[in-house]
Structures are given as C-alpha cells and as structure tokens.
Design a binder for this molecule. Structure first.
Ligand code: PMP
Length: 383
C-alpha cells in the first residue's frame, strides 16, 4: 500500500529523530541521564509557552487527562466554573466538570464562530467564578480564540483562574502565558508539538498552585498535582508513579525541534501554511468555515463545493494518498478537517493541494486544474 500523507488534526507526522529518541533503551525513571532529560524537557516546555516562573508538569496521559487534572485541582464541589465553548472540545469541559459536581455555566458560540469578548466580560461582572476555561483552537470547528483579549478581561478578576486548553495550538500558535495572565495552560504531545500521543503537558502559575493548596483533599489521587510536584521540582528526588521514560525522551527531542526552529519562525511558518491551504482551497471552490480573523493556523475546517459529497470525496482522497478527518457533531457530513501543524514542510502542503485537485478532477466538477496550487504557491514561496 502507498504511504499516505497524514493531514489530520492530530496525531501529526513524527520526525525520525523523535522516533529515534522514543526507541532509546528503556531506563529507570531515576537514571541520571533520564533525570537530566526530564529537567531539560520541563524547562523547554516553559520556554514554548513563554513563562518565567510557571511550574511545568509532564504526566503520562493525554490531552483529556490534562483537562480533567486541571479542573480537579482548581475547583471543589459546588464551585462555579465558566466554560467558554467554541465546539466539541469546549463542551468536554462541561462533561468533566459535571461529573465532579462543579456548578458549570456555559457561554457557547454557534459552531464556526466565537463568543465575543464583551459577552465574557459581561458574564464575569454578573457573578463570581472560580475558574474560566477557554479552548485556544477547538479542533471540531477550526476556530482560534482571542486568548490575549480574554486574558486582559480576566486580569480584572484576580480570584478567577484562567484555564487554557492548548492541545490544538501549543507549539504552533503564540501563547504568552505570563503576559496574557494564563493560570493553567496545557497540551498533549501529538499535534503542533509533533510527538506521538502519550503525555499530558501542563504549566501552572503561582496562583493556580495556591488554588490547589487551598482546596485541601481533592477527589483524585493520580491527578493530584501536589503529588507530582516534588518529582517535577526534583526528578531525582524519588517516586510517585513510574514515568513514561521513553515518551519523555521523545518529548525532549520534540521540544528541541521547536526551540531550534525558533518560536517566532515556527509561528510564522504555521501562519504561512494555513494561509496557503485556506487560499488554495477557496480558489478551488471549497470554503473555510470560520471567518478570516478567527481561523486557526494549525488546522482548517473545509466545506465542499456543491455537488461534492463528503464521504466519497474523503475516500477517494485517501485512495489518492491523503488522509483528512471527518467533521464532528453538527458538522459531520458537511466538512472535512485538515491538519497543517507540527513539523510538516512546504512539500506536504504542495502535495496535499495537488492531490486534492487530482481527486476533484475525478468528480463531475468544473474547475481550473492548477488554480489551487498556483494560489497556494504564491503564498508559500512569496519573497
Ligand atoms: N482538547 C482539544 C482542543 C483537542 O483537540 C483534543 C483532542 N483532539 C483534546 C482536548 C483531547 O485530547 P486527547 O485526545 O489527547 O485526550
């Protein structure tokens, strides 16, 4: 079978050097080399989210574990949580919170749109919330939230924690944890960070750690950040739960790739690839769900020109060599989701658009062959 281009919004293609790191010999979690690697990885994670004094946690698990960890360490039963939801992953906070008996209120946008910052400010004035959650990029809708602006509003409510789900953004879109007043920022491995899934990566502000302490006993053992804290502060110091040592090696290499590329360069590259894809696809008659100013740079939600049916298009596209994802929830059958984050290069962008054109030409659809590629290349290779 031909090798497929995996252009889904996670997991993303993994560099060979990361796979090599993953396959290093398995050692003890107390091995001096591993201890050094974990320490460096924790520091590099802080660098990626631009924090000076944030406390990083790297815990075996996935993005969902990071979501649940954050909530269970931030609220107690009966505390009020405001969830700002731009889709499926925003809504997931509600499900988790309800399970713990937190009082959840939700400000939700129509799918493909965002909740206006003014609306959030108004809501915060009306009642006190222990925490607010915001999904930087909701992977169901391809919408990018205005983190900085929401952070500005939240600075006026110091008793409220600002929790950000960076799973589909961290390492691909700017996140200035300190400057924007973010209290907990977390990601998995498998999206813009470009590492196989398997770790929950969180960074806590001083205020978020104080909140954890103020809660006393919490209803989780494994997810209690206070149990992980001594290991994160001194990985040589002992044992809480056996770390995923091979995954730590992989993340270490993944973060090195990010920092070696340079954060500014990497964010610019993601923007360029997003623009190239979005412009090229529009030229071919597709449309991008969110309006221009709220489109994510890490992925796109793409709706079809009339006459092109979702499943048969995606199946043909796959036969031709490109894997994309189906729409979720109300968007199922109406859009496909395209990932363009992590360590992909211009080559994958060009090849994907070219294969999309070839696939379109196999349907009874009138378009100018080469027009999508032309539009994308004029952005990709602009001097
Ligand atoms: N948040 C967002 C924005 C996501 O895209 C995802 C996964 N696609 C998650 C949370 C959950 O992460 P995981 O699948 O790694 O548990």
């Amino acid at each position: 079978m031909k090798k497929k281009l995996m252009m889904i919004p996670g997991p993303t293609p993994v560099e060979q050097s990361v796979l090599d790191a993953l396959s290093k010999e398995t050692v003890s979690h107390l091995d001096p080399e591993l201890v050094k690697t974990l320490k460096e990885t924790l520091e590099d994670l802080k660098a990626v989210v631009m924090t000076e004094n944030g406390q990083p946690f790297i815990i075996p698990g996935t993005g969902t574990l990071a979501m649940e960890t954050t909530l269970v360490n931030s609220l107690k039963k009966g505390d009020r949580l405001l969830v700002i939801s731009h889709g499926y992953f925003g809504d997931r906070f509600v499900e988790i919170a309800q399970g713990y008996g937190f009082e959840v209120e939700i400000l939700a946008s129509q799918w493909g749109k965002i909740v206006e910052v003014g609306e959030i400010a108004q809501k915060l004035k009306e009642k006190k919330y222990s925490a607010v959650t915001l999904t930087h990029v909701d992977t169901s809708t391809g919408v990018c939230a205005p983190l900085k602006d929401v952070g500005e509003v939240l600075k006026k409510f110091p008793e409220t924690l600002f929790i950000v789900d960076g799973v589909c953004a961290t390492g691909g879109i700017e996140e200035r944890m300190d400057d924007w007043g973010i209290d907990v920022l977390f990601a998995g491995n498998q999206k813009a960070i470009g590492v196989p899934p398997g770790l929950a990566n969180l960074v806590y502000s001083e205020k978020a750690l104080e909140r954890r302490n103020a809660l006393g006993n919490i209803s989780s053992y494994y997810m209690d950040v206070n149990r992980w804290l001594p290991i994160m502060r001194e990985p040589a110091g002992g044992y809480f739960a056996t770390h995923a040592v091979n995954m730590v090696n992989a993340l270490h290499q993944g973060l090195k790739i990010i920092l070696n590329e340079g954060l500014e360069e990497r964010f610019k590259r993601h923007k360029r690839f997003a623009l190239a894809f979005q412009t090229g696809l529009e030229e071919l008659g597709f449309s991008i769900l969110p309006s221009k100013e709220i489109r994510a740079n890490t992925m796109s939600t793409v709706s079809y020109p009339s006459g092109i049916e979702d499943l048969s298009f995606r199946e043909k596209l796959y036969e031709n060599g490109v894997l994309v994802s189906a729409g979720k929830g109300v968007l199922a059958g109406k859009i496909f989701r395209l990932g363009h984050m992590g360590n992909i290069t211009e080559n994958e962008v060009v090849a994907t658009i070219s294969i999309i054109e070839r696939t379109l030409s196999e349907f009874n659809y009138n378009f100018k062959l080469g027009s999508g590629i032309g539009a994308a290349e004029s952005i990709l290779f602009a001097k």
